[in-house]
Design a protein around this ligand. Sequence first.
Ligand code: DAH
Length: 350
Amino acid sequence: MDVFDRVEELIAEIGAATAPTPEDVEAFRIKYLGSKNVLKPLMGAMRSLPNDRKRDFGQLVNRAKTAAQEKYDALRSAAATTEDSVAGQGLDLTAPAEPLPLGSRHPVALTMRRIVSIFERIGFAVAEGPEVEDDWHNFTAMNTPEDHPARDMQDTFYVAEGLPAGPNNSAMLLRTHTSSVQARTMETQKPPIRIIAPGRVYRNETISARSHAQFHQVEGLYIAEKVSFADMKATLLHFAREMYGADTRIRLRPSYFPFTEPSAEMDIWWGLETEHDHRITKGTGWLEILGCGMVDPAVLENCGIDPEKYTGYAFGMGIERQAMLLYNITDIRLMFENDVRFLRQFASVL
Ligand code: DAH
């Protein structure tokens, strides 16, 4: 083989070379570009060539050198990339994958679940009713008089005007409270009835930091023989203590609701330690949490339950307000904007 063929052979070898690891790259460098590289002895052979061939041979050897340098650069950067992505970062291919971002429960859902589960544990079953409700279940059956201000267009979102209110022909509206589920449950179930009804309600309110045109309530209803006001009080005290701590105190203030008689509002003792406590309790230390009372006999009658035989209590509470208390949220509008910077903060709350 003459020296020309030998150089051609080396050029082919360089072109085909591979170097998967940094060590292979270094071996390549030593072989073709190092101080004792394989091209060097061939340069020595130049002297024994006839003069008219020296120039061609020199050019061929230069081509081999250039090829070696270019190949080396390419091998080195390829190895560096591999090294970066695997060995260089100490990447452990057996390690568990990066966690995928997960959604989180909404503070309203968290609070609602908490309230519902307290009552479920003492025997209340979850009941549901429609959000688009008729006037009968929302107002009439609940003993709300024709001329009650809550029925006003200013307070209630009407979906469609209907015929005069009655069980089968009433105006359609977005329910203004979950009390409508009381009427629906009493229509279809016989006492004893013990239900809890969480859900969304709507009111024609101006939206502000404190109130919204949509919010959530949880309704409770217990009907059986000989249910007393004392039963209600014990149940609500149990709820307050499960929800706000074992030493929570409550008070019941006389109030008025069309569907209960007598009616009350329940406050919990919040305390007056901080300026914030003063502000949210209006300086009293007490916070109103819910409305309640003994189911008015007229409501039982409207829903086909004998008021001579059965008595019951009912209560209803807003969820957003309690979520705001639990999580120190100062603007109710945050609950409905779905800003992930807000929602993400509840990711670790169970
Ligand atoms: N429905 C009332 C409201 O929306 C809350 C309420 C009060 C519900 C007393 C009740 C109750 O069941 O007995 O403000």
